[in-house]
Design a protein around this ligand. Sequence first.
Ligand SMILES: Nc1ncnc2c1ncn2[C@@H]1O[C@H](COP(=O)(O)OP(=O)(O)OP(=O)(O)O)[C@@H](O)[C@H]1O
Ligand SMILES: [Mg+2]
Length: 436
Amino acid sequence: MKINKLEIENIKRVKAVKIEPTANGLTIVGGKNGQGKTSVLDAIAWGLGGDRYRPSKEYREGSVTPPSLKITMNNGLVVERKGKNSDLKVVDPSGQKAGQQLLNSFVEELAINLPKFMNQSNREKADTLLQIIGVGSQLYELDQKEQRIYNDRRAIGQIADQKKKYAEEQKFYPEAPKELVSASQLIQQQQAILAQNGENQRKRQNVANIQQQFNNEKAEIDRISRQLEELQQKHNQTVQDLNTAQKGALDLQDESTEELERNIQKIDETNRLVRANLDKEKAEEDAKENAKKYQKLSADVEKVRLEKRNLLNNADLPLPELSVEDGELIYRGHKWDNMSGSEQLKVSTAIVRKLKPDCGFILIDKLEQMDEDTLKEFGQWVEQEGLQAIATRVGNGEDCSIIIEDGYGSGQNIQANEIPFTQEAPQQKNWKAGEF
Ligand SMILES: Nc1ncnc2c1ncn2[C@@H]1O[C@H](COP(=O)(O)OP(=O)(O)OP(=O)(O)O)[C@@H](O)[C@H]1O
Ligand SMILES: [Mg+2]
């Protein structure tokens, strides 16, 4: 739906203005400050947007006739406000009466109130775009997923750092054996030696005992001569035993357990060092393990980010180089607050244009922030989009379709507050915009 013709009288600063906006592209309402340019847009917004867009003082001060507004749409629909109460009258193409509801079905609110879009928060603007391109919920899920992995990675990163630091702080003892030393082995060795020594001791005692016996018997021989022979025989035997025993005891040597005792004493100290080395080794392994996990999570975060980029890259965006990052609009690599005023206007227009495809027009105030080149480029883009943009711009350059001066459109000065306004009078002229 587009606007074919606008006829506005005695609304705010406007005395009498007629415009036939171009169907595709820019129609610029020019003029000096305070001459009534924005009043024209306000009148359209009131006409199509309903009573919530009624200006606080809709009638023009000093006018003897009430406000009057007539908007003819390209399908023949006629919207009027006139009379004492500025009542709305809508007549559909078939000649049937209709009302605000019909207007609401094709008028996009943000198209008649672009500042409302521009004043939204950064997140709201991005959400509006995501809603248009239909990836809002997928992107939200990816955002959540990314946040979760990012948090996991941060936690693992902290642990990995701590482990690494701990491992580095641990002391290493190169002199300690690789494995823990066992005390029982050493004690067994000690016991075996002690047993052997005991056996030696027993043999020595045996020698002593036999010696004693020899002595006794010798005394007996002296004392008991009668039993000499018998005793002599026994004694000879004893002499032999004695020799054997003496020989057996000759090579006996005791082994020292001193070294073992020292080792047993050292065992706790040694094991302390071994444990410290094992702890260090474990800490290093932990640190490596965590570093690996961190790398894996980093790769996951990158993957989700890539998915997000792909989601947006594959979406049908209303403007090249327009996208969403971190819940904010990005145009040509810049966030909203870093976009120039003209870029903000272009982005807003592109987004709002897609909100209600039936609404083929948009109102843009204050286009003077675009220089001539930008304006030309913007006009071409609007035209190529098949959009009808009705805009205001301070100045009277040749870009302007109509110049407003003291509430009149160029060449449209009919002294509206002196001659009572009639529907017929202005229509005697050809009111096509820009031809005056
Ligand atoms: N109801 C009214 N009756 C008469 N004059 C009004 C009314 N409402 C506003 N004005 C005057 O109209 C002027 C503003 O009109 P408008 O906003 O349409 O101008 P403009 O051409 O858009 O100006 P600018 O270039 O500064 O944006 C103000 O000077 C204001 O005093
Ligand atoms: Mg203005």
